[in-house]
Design a protein around this ligand. Structure first.
Ligand SMILES: Cc1ncc(COP(=O)(O)O)c(C=O)c1O
Length: 366
């Protein structure tokens, strides 16, 4: 048995998730957000299925190309990029970029001439479970202006782009974004720019402790909004990370110790915490499900914490977590649906704890 903690990924589950999404959104191009789980076997499976890839850095571009993904399947979707990174991406064959500022647009014009571009606007969608806040996206009016400017500067306009925030559990978020994208597209048509694709981003949720709407329900909302608001020329791009890989992973962890604090509350310390895989427990955004070998014994509330000396390395202290009262050091704990944003966030060795190890079908990967 590998040393705990580790993540086990099932790439065939990713394939199933891809096919399920394709079945409900057959007209959409599915672009996997590599950052969610840059595991080579996942990239290979999705490449076989015909996916595109949203890449956020030269590292992800090189990784995909190294695995044999064709450059024309990549979109450099991070709006924050240095001129040198754009030039390098262009030299590597990447011809599709997203941007949200005039500065970045001008860098693309200079270093990736003639490329295809999407402009990310900040949609008016409700906040998601793990929101981006206002870090990305210009106003819809600015997106229109910048896409006209992109055309005038010799770039190929793909269309507007929005992301409703990760783990978005309100399907109307997509309707709101698509309506806004439709208005931008219609204004572009008046400038003789035919939008070829609207990127409706990621954000598709999965069920953790709290059940989330299924992809079928969200796809129905998307379909209706596309029919109502988008011009017929506009294809659709959907850019999921979590929805493809989240359910394909299980973290195997171990109880390091159990303690009753001076205030009487029970703390359960695991060998995995905020810094070696459980980053999305920040603000207790994502409430993961735990399975222990003592399930069936009486349960009581527990504060669940990670192994480092950091006071913030606490997974849950407001979220009500019930764990067996018999739990003790050395017990194995599984954390379900941890295929997205776990190992990929765990890239430093804070406190000397190594990054989370990933196992795929018995083969170990770092
Ligand atoms: C540009 C971009 N696209 C897509 C995604 C995927 O989002 P999700 O995992 O919520 O589907 C992200 C996530 O951070 C992103 O930054």
């Amino acid at each position: 048995m590998p040393e705990s903690p580790y993540l086990v990924i099932n790439p065939e589950r990713v394939r199933d998730n891809y096919r399920a999404l394709h079945a409900v959104l057959p007209a959409a191009r599915i672009r996997f957000a590599v950052k969610a789980s840059p595991v080579p076997e996942i990239i290979r499976v999705l490449d076989e299925e015909g996916a595109q890839f949203d890449v956020a850095s030269i590292g992800e571009i090189e990784q995909c190309l190294g695995l044999g993904v064709a450059a024309d399947r990549l979109c450099y979707g991070n709006p924050i990029k240095k001129a040198a990174d754009i030039a390098r991406a262009y030299a590597l064959g990447v011809r599709r970029y997203a941007f949200d500022t005039e500065d970045d647009l001008l860098r693309i014009v200079e270093h990736a001439p003639g490329s295809e571009v999407e402009c990310r606007f900040l949609s008016a969608a409700p906040e998601s479970t793990t929101p981006f806040g206002t870090k990305f996206g210009c106003t819809p009016g600015e997106a229109f202006r910048l896409l006209v400017r992109a055309r005038d500067l010799g770039l190929i306009v793909a269309g507007p782009y929005f992301h409703v925030g990760s783990q978005q559990t309100d399907p109307t978020a997509w309707r709101i974004g698509i309506e806004q994208a439709g208005r931008i597209s219609n204004a572009l048509a008046d400038k003789d720019i035919a939008v070829t694709s609207v990127n409706i981003g990621g954000g598709l949720p999965i069920s953790y402790v709290d059940a989330a709407p299924g992809v079928g329900e969200i796809a129905a909302v998307i379909d209706a909004a596309v029919a109502e608001f988008l011009p017929a020329t506009a294809g659709l791009v959907v850019e999921p990370g979590r929805a493809l890989v989240g359910s394909a992973g299980v973290i195997h962890a171990e109880v390091v110790g159990v303690r009753i604090a001076p205030d009487g509350r029970r703390w359960v310390y695991l060998d995995i915490g905020r810094y070696n895989g459980m980053a999305e427990t920040e603000n207790e955004y994502i409430a993961y499900r735990f399975v222990t070998e003592r399930d069936g014994d009486p349960v009581d509330e527990a504060i669940v914490a990670g192994p480092t000396c950091d006071g913030d390395d606490v997974l849950y202290q407001r979220t009500r977590v019930l764990l067996p009262t018999t739990l003790r050091a050395g017990d194995r704990v599984q954390i379900l649906d941890t295929g997205a944003y776990t190992a990929s966030y765990s890239s430093v060795s804070f406190n000397g704890f190594p990054p989370l190890t990933v196992h795929v079908s018995g083969a170990e990967r770092e």
